[in-house]
Design a protein around this ligand. Structure first.
Ligand SMILES: Nc1ncnc2c1ncn2[C@@H]1O[C@H](COP(=O)(O)OS(=O)(=O)O)[C@@H](OP(=O)(O)O)[C@H]1O
Length: 397
């Protein structure tokens, strides 16, 4: 009897309007908390706006430069003049996506404004960080990068960064900051703010392939930290040039043929070295610029070809160079027949296989073999010099 009375009361209470409202409120609260949670997570993964008021940063930067010049009593004038000069690419205007209106552009440069779109697509490839992982990213602090992939454009830099991100001791910014070429005036605080948070012992990284051909980049990186480790992914300069051209062609189908752009004068066979696609591949010249500031031991050259044929092997060298345990091994890769490239079995922050996007691994147009041969002849002495400088034969000849 008592039992049935209790049951009756309990039943009445459990379906009472008050209980129902409370239940509804509780669900709404849960939903609200989840939405807030998601929003925080999303915001935490957004890169800070590239358009900032940098007046404050500028002051800090000047202060930093002053301190730097004092400390660098060896060659402060050289460093200061390099640091304070306007960004320019080495040699002539090598990087085509540079959009500073005061900087002269190479006359036959067709790739203006195209590169970031390419990279943004690659970065925003559906592997958005979940709210949960954003919360786990809450600890730690943002640091300036200790290692940077400085080049080369179309070398395989995105593949290398995406592979490295699998390592638990590497945290990298996905988008290209272009700090040491285009955004230097924004100051180091701006740059640091772009970086993901890291815990003690984790390495912060970024990649901006145009640094390798930017005259001011070595001095500026040196000024940030002379201990910065530099990584350059190099690829056969002829294939690299064709890859570069293919990218431009995909955005601007009306540009002249590769063959006509290659020569200043087709009859004399004079190569147009003012064309950025050609100029970037003269690695020895650009490297010279870096060696004014960094010892060879601080620069690692990754073979773009081997990054495709043996990604684990190249990643092993990179992990050693960064002083990290070899965690990324051949177990992390599989060869995707459809893509025609190695892909990750599990990408960072995901349990799914991951190949790079469609802007990586494009089909190249057929180029007149005579022109290809002429380019091979053109690059040979520069390649030899580069092999000598690096002590490594990349086998392009
Ligand atoms: N695993 C994997 N998947 C896809 N693509 C790969 C991979 N490894 C290297 N590559 C080569 O990377 C080339 C693009 O180089 P980058 O990422 O340095 O280009 S960019 O400068 O950032 O635009 C790209 O050049 P193209 O083949 O000419 O498109 C690829 O050949």
């Amino acid at each position: 009897m008592e039992y049935s009375l209790f049951c009756h009361h309990f039943y009445a209470l459990s379906i009472s309007p008050v209980k129902k409202k409370l239940g509804l409120l509780f669900i709404m609260l849960l939903l609200w908390v989840y939405m807030l949670y998601s929003c925080v997570g999303y915001c935490a993964t957004m890169p800070p706006s590239l358009v900032v008021d940098n007046s404050n940063n500028r002051a800090k930067e000047t202060d930093f430069l002053g301190k730097y010049a004092e400390a660098e009593s060896g060659r402060p004038d050289l460093v200061m003049s390099k640091l304070l000069s306007r960004p320019q690419s080495s040699w002539t205007d090598v990087e085509s996506d540079y959009d500073e209106p005061t900087v002269r552009r190479a006359p036959r440069d067709f790739s203006k404004d195209e590169v970031d779109a390419d990279r943004a697509e690659e970065w925003d490839d559906g592997r958005r960080v979940s709210p949960l992982s954003s919360f786990s990213n809450g600890s730690g602090s943002k640091k300036l990068p200790q290692a940077i992939i400085i080049g080369v454009k179309k070398g395989g830099t995105r593949a290398l960064l995406e592979f490295l991100r699998v390592h638990p001791d590497i945290r990298a910014v996905g988008a290209e900051p272009h700090f040491f070429d285009r955004n230097y005036d924004n100051g180091l605080d701006w740059y640091r703010d772009l970086m993901p948070k890291t815990l003690e012992g984790q390495i912060t990284m970024e990649k901006t392939p145009s640094y390798f051909v930017t005259r001011e980049a070595p001095a500026r990186i040196y000024a940030m930290s002379r201990d910065t480790k530099l990584i350059v992914v190099v690829r056969d300069p002829v294939t690299r040039a064709i890859s570069d051209y293919t990218q431009t062609l995909s955005k601007k189908p009306d540009i002249p043929t590769f063959e006509s752009l290659t020569f200043k004068n087709r009859t004399t066979g004079l190569i147009d070295t003012s064309w950025s696609a050609i100029q970037i591949g003269i690695y020895a010249k650009h490297l010279d610029n870096w060696l004014q500031f960094f010892p060879m031991s601080q620069i690692l050259f990754v073979s773009g070809e081997r990054l495709i044929s043996d990604p684990a092997g190249e990643l092993g060298r990179v992990q050693d160079f960064l002083g990290l345990k070899r965690i990324i091994t051949d177990k992390h890769f599989y060869f995707n027949q459809t893509k025609g490239f190695p892909c990750l079995k599990k990408a960072e922050g995901s349990s799914k296989p991951h190949c790079l996007g469609k802007t990586k691994g494009r089909t190249h147009p057929n180029i007149d073999p005579e022109v290809v041969q002429r380019l091979r002849d053109f690059y040979r002495p520069f390649n030899m010099k580069f092999y000598q400088m690096t002590g490594h034969n990349f086998g392009w000849d």
